[in-house]
Design a protein around this ligand. Sequence first.
Ligand SMILES: NC(=O)c1ccc[n+]([C@@H]2O[C@H](COP(=O)([O-])OP(=O)(O)OC[C@H]3O[C@@H](n4cnc5c(N)ncnc54)[C@H](OP(=O)(O)O)[C@@H]3O)[C@@H](O)[C@H]2O)c1
Length: 308
Amino acid sequence: MTPTRTFVMTGATRGIGRLAAAYIVSGNPDVHLVLLARGNADDIATELRGSGGNVTVITTDLSSPVQIRATADRIKALLSAGDLPPLAGIVANAGIQLTNALTETADGYEETFAVNVLANHVLIRSLSESLEAGTRITVTTSDTHFGDFRHNLGIVPAPVWHHPATLAAPGAFADPESAVAGRTAYSTSKLAVVHLVHAFARRLPNDVQIVSYNPGFVPGTGLARDANRFEQFIVNRVMPALTLTPIATTKSAAARHLKDTALGGIVAATGDYIDRGRVVRSSDESYDRAREDELWDYTEQLLADLRC
Ligand SMILES: NC(=O)c1ccc[n+]([C@@H]2O[C@H](COP(=O)([O-])OP(=O)(O)OC[C@H]3O[C@@H](n4cnc5c(N)ncnc54)[C@H](OP(=O)(O)O)[C@@H]3O)[C@@H](O)[C@H]2O)c1
């Protein structure tokens, strides 16, 4: 079957996204999946093609807004030339969690904020006008954005909001060299993702949806790969037992929920927060119009600077 719709996806080289990409292509020969990956993704492309998937890989480091813009331009050119079928969705799943809040990208941004927040804004903004009517953008967030024990199990500290210019710079949090600061940067970035989804929802055309997706706590992915050996042992060897309880989600369940969300199998309104397959309310803090506008203005300025 010739593919009739393109989905652009980030974060498909490991963890939840890798499995979700396999679920998206299997049984959907009408889908052409464009994967943005910073490293060599030949193995995953071969694997997905082996199961009948139509896949294109474009090398893109999401910590670089310039690279994302260039990739978006390339995708738009492929769409215009008819070398890709019409754009039917964006699955912005990539994310990182570091053990400090000082790691700088080549452009001087704090890396967690650059990959988890700025990259999503630049990618979605650069491609949204190419989306067909009736399509959906899915952005992966995290229930750590709530900041309470029920949602973070005491593992990740609560978000600490600052002006986006502060969050985008290294050292935004107390003891910035500590793992606590790194994880605070993570939960704060995921709160920013929910803000961004609300901000986009107010600005996108009515026939293009954007939703945030929370996979729940999914032990055994690459997310904790920066943690110390003891913490990695706990997350990767001990905590998987929690997937036998409602506390944690298996990688396959998280990937299926992501696939269902991305392909529109879960009914939601634009701006909604989809928690493991169900629409629920995100944190009270995440509904803050002033913050959302502030974040929008900051990220738009970044884009404007890129266009110069
Ligand atoms: N695991 C959990 O408990 C959990 C809970 C809530 C939310 N999440 C979210 O779920 C999403 C997937 O996480 P995961 O647990 O599956 O983690 P993972 O296994 O570490 O996967 C993260 C993905 O993001 C990609 N990525 C990171 N930085 C990138 C960059 N600069 N350029 C391009 N790609 C980059 C990684 O690519 P590389 O292979 O090149 O590193 C990888 O494909 C993330 O947004 C995460 O925050 C996870």
